[in-house]
Write a protein that binds this ligand. Structure first.
Ligand SMILES: [Zn+2]
Length: 68
């Protein structure tokens, strides 16, 4: 069955790194941070309908301690 109810979507936000498309539903607003399938951190701005590259805070995510 192919029944994509595209009318229910406000639009598409495209990842600036890998081009992955994320459908945004109507009513979505504000911002939300997410991690794309390409492992890049993004901030979705649902008002502007853009994806803003976001870097995790340094020193936190790149180091994995096993002694805690
Ligand atoms: Zn991506």
């Amino acid at each position: 069955m192919v029944n994509q109810e595209t009318d229910n979507y406000k639009g598409v936000i495209v990842c600036p790194f890998c081009g992955a498309k994320t459908f945004v539903e109507f009513g979505a607003h504000g911002r939300a941070s997410t991690q794309c399938r390409c492992k890049k951190y993004l901030v979705f701005d649902y008002d502007q309908m853009v994806a803003i590259p976001s870097k995790p805070k340094r020193g936190l995510s790149m180091r994995f301690r096993t002694t805690e």
